[in-house]
Design a protein around this ligand. Structure first.
Ligand SMILES: C[C@](O)(CO)[C@H](O)COP(=O)(O)OP(=O)(O)OC[C@H]1O[C@@H](n2ccc(N)nc2=O)[C@H](O)[C@@H]1O
Ligand SMILES: Nc1ncnc2c1ncn2[C@@H]1O[C@H](COP(=O)(O)OP(=O)(O)OP(=O)(O)O)[C@@H](O)[C@H]1O
Length: 310
């Protein structure tokens, strides 16, 4: 029986980044329904904020605000599931509670790991609120049980992900990359994109699950044009098959001066890499006028992983 916890005091605030996959190499689906991956994640400066405030023991709730359309506030919400899982894993589910608030800027079902960000934020915020003793990789291991992208939302920066995308190794980068994100007027379901990927028969052999040296070198030297030549997303054909209109967004962004455009993860957000900040400002103004583009955001990468804010 763990000792009784000190009663929680002030709300704890955490900021968590969205991600882009600079490379996403996908194998054939396994018996567990997941696809083996090799991916290069980069966290970018588009964030959700998660606040955990004290609540009576056994009560776990969430209030959503910001760009949270379509996300429920019941027990299936990923932030609530994360808080409950953390409490159960530490054997304190009947001693602690949390009133969570999530302010969303990361698009819902946008391929930028928004739900995973909220789960990561809730794990970190509640671990501090409840003053838990957490092993160095304890939150990441718990997070992987909630979603393949959760460990990276905790780590941030730039990292190679293997396994389901949850086994991480940080990658050296220099400088800062300037991204313009075209947010879509409608989300895409991640499982649906993986299913279409299977139907198209696109899975790689295990030995082909590798990230190109050119990409690693471009990151190490901070060379945006070289990075633009090396980015790759195996899920793009499946996402474009489900959303053919994204092709026009990609083409137009490149015509308007982006170094390259990629579908972000499972889509439908399209991420454009620009040579510098001024090119990113120009592009973002022009892209806002495209059909089916709900909003345009500028972001820099790499950004920090989940962190406490005052
Ligand atoms: C597309 C990516 O964002 C790329 O980073 C991720 O692979 C998806 O990560 P995620 O949304 O956190 O994924 P999860 O919530 O764990 O899984 C959602 C669904 O995506 C599919 N999925 C996910 C990860 C993976 N390696 N193989 C899969 O096939 C499965 O159908 C799964 O049921
Ligand atoms: N706190 C949350 N924020 C966003 N979505 C949530 C949350 N909790 C549950 N969900 C559900 O999770 C699903 C996926 O949403 P999410 O925004 O994570 O997609 P995504 O960014 O495309 O995911 P990924 O990039 O990790 O594949 C949605 O159907 C959404 O309703």
């Amino acid at each position: 029986m763990p000792p009784p916890l000190t009663p929680p005091s002030e709300p704890v605030r955490v900021r968590v980044p969205a991600k882009i996959n600079l490379a996403l190499m996908v194998g054939r689906v396994g018996e567990d329904g997941y696809h083996p991956l090799a991916t290069l994640f980069q966290a970018v400066s588009l964030h959700d904020d998660v606040v955990a405030a004290p609540a009576p023991a056994g009560e776990f709730s969430v209030t959503m605000s910001g760009e949270a359309e379509g996300v429920g506030d019941g027990p299936d919400n990923l932030a609530v599931r994360a808080a409950r899982l953390l409490a159960e894993d530490h054997g304190v589910a009947d001693q602690v509670g949390a009133a969570l608030s999530v302010r969303k800027s990361i698009p819902v079902a946008g391929g930028m790991a928004g739900g995973s960000a909220d789960a990561a934020g809730a794990l970190l915020a509640c671990s501090v609120l409840w003053d838990l003793d957490v092993e160095p990789d304890g939150l990441g291991a718990l997070g992987a049980r909630l979603g393949a992208d959760v460990p990276f939302a905790l780590l941030g920066g730039t990292a190679l992900g293997t396994g389901r995308g949850d086994v991480l190794a940080p990658v050296l980068t220099s400088g800062c990359f300037h991204w313009v994100l075209a947010l879509s007027d409608e989300g895409l379901s991640t499982p649906a994109v993986f299913r279409r990927f299977d139907e198209l028969g696109l899975g790689r052999e295990p030995e082909e699950l590798d990230v190109a040296d050119e990409l690693m070198n471009a990151l190490r030297t901070g060379d945006a044009p070289a990075l633009a030549r090396a980015v790759h997303n195996d899920l793009a054909p499946a996402a474009l098959d489900l959303r053919p209109d994204l092709e026009a967004t990609l083409r137009r962004g490149e015509e308007l001066g982006a170094l390259t455009g990629i579908v972000s993860g499972s889509g439908p957000t399209v991420a454009f890499l620009c040579v510098d900040e001024s090119a990113a400002i120009d592009l973002s103004t022009q892209l806002a006028r495209l059909p089916r583009v709900r909003a345009v955001r500028r972001a820099r990468g790499p950004a920090q992983g989940a962190r406490l804010i005052s």
